[in-house]
Design a protein around this ligand. Structure first.
Ligand code: CAA
Length: 262
């Protein structure tokens, strides 16, 4: 457990790192100091060999109600541009190699929705509230929402959501493929499901899991032909890992694989 002001960290299950956004007074609005702590906690788990999956969650009422509007209100163009405001948010998507599950209860609006979309797997409650309301503030999504939401739901629906600022429910997130699982009940039931999946992922060879995440992510960037070739190269490379031999030998011998993570 680290010591942070705006987040909590714990390891609720073996191999599973949990990060709880904890700025209740502002519904977990993602101010710069919060995101700095989040990035630090993510890096720490990513560098910890005992951790095989990470979960990010919020409170029952709010995963995160967006970027901090009070922090942004006075920001000038030149300050935003020269500091590259929001750019550090990309750390999760660009640099974290351990799979990250978003467990969303309550509000995931604006930057909160974008943070959830950046995660590798999204689970939510039926009553979670997603949306990109930036248009109502005279601006647009700034942390990847226009790109990731569009990839998730298609152009027409993303355009409708981003230009009207209309929210959508956890139930809809499931129907539209934004969420991999929609859990009836509250945050406790949600976390139970997230733990199960995180524990399963953490029980496999770390080398294979990182490669699996890498190739799925490549599908978002490359043409189909290039993506399939990239996958095949990495598949070939894994014949050089110890765990491929361990996994396939264990299958043939009808034994449980004991991963070396190498
Ligand atoms: N930034 C800063 N403070 C926020 C906040 C945010 N995004 N969201 C909520 N808060 C604060 C409120 O100001 C309030 O503080 P005070 O008690 O000091 O007044 C506190 O959190 C509780 O909020 P409410 O009283 O508004 O709670 P509610 O239950 O009545 O409403 C809500 C909840 C519908 C989520 C409402 O808080 C809301 O609309 N929040 C803003 C949502 C939003 O517009 N998010 C997008 C931000 S822009 C962005 O994210 C840019 C980007 O793409 C990166």
């Amino acid at each position: 457990t680290g010591s942070y002001e705006h987040i909590l960290t714990s390891t609720p299950k073996p191999g599973v790192g949990l990060i709880t956004l904890n700025r209740p007074k502002a519904l977990n609005a993602l101010c710069t100091p919060l995101f700095k702590e989040l990035n630090e906690a993510l890096s720490n788990y990513d560098n910890d060999k005992s951790i095989g999956a990470i979960i990010i969650t919020g409170s029952e009422k709010a995963f995160a109600a967006g970027a901090d509007i009070k922090e942004m209100a006075p920001l000038s163009f030149s300050a935003a541009y020269s500091e590259n405001f929001i750019a550090p948010w990309s750390h999760l998507a660009n640099s974290i190699r351990t799979p990250v599950i978003a467990a969303v209860s309550g509000y995931a609006l604006g930057g909160g929705c974008e943070l959830a979309l950046m995660c590798d797997i999204l689970y939510c409650t039926e009553t979670a509230t997603f949306g990109q309301p930036e248009i109502k503030l005279g601006t647009i999504p700034g942390a990847g929402g226009s790109q990731r939401l569009t990839r998730a739901v298609g152009k027409s629906k993303a355009m409708e959501l981003i230009l009207t600022g209309k929210n959508f429910s956890g139930k809809e997130a499931g129907e539209w493929g934004v969420a991999a699982k929609v859990v009836p009940g509250g945050k406790e039931e949600l976390l139970e499901q997230a733990y199960k999946t995180a524990e399963t992922i953490a029980s496999y060879s770390r080398v294979a899991v990182v490669a699996g995440k890498e190739v799925v992510n490549k599908s978002q960037e490359l043409s189909l032909k290039e993506g399939v070739e990239y996958e095949r190269r990495l598949f070939h490379a894994l014949f050089g890992s110890k765990d491929q031999k361990i996994g396939m030998t264990a299958f043939a011998e009808k034994k449980k694989a004991e991963w070396s993570h190498e």
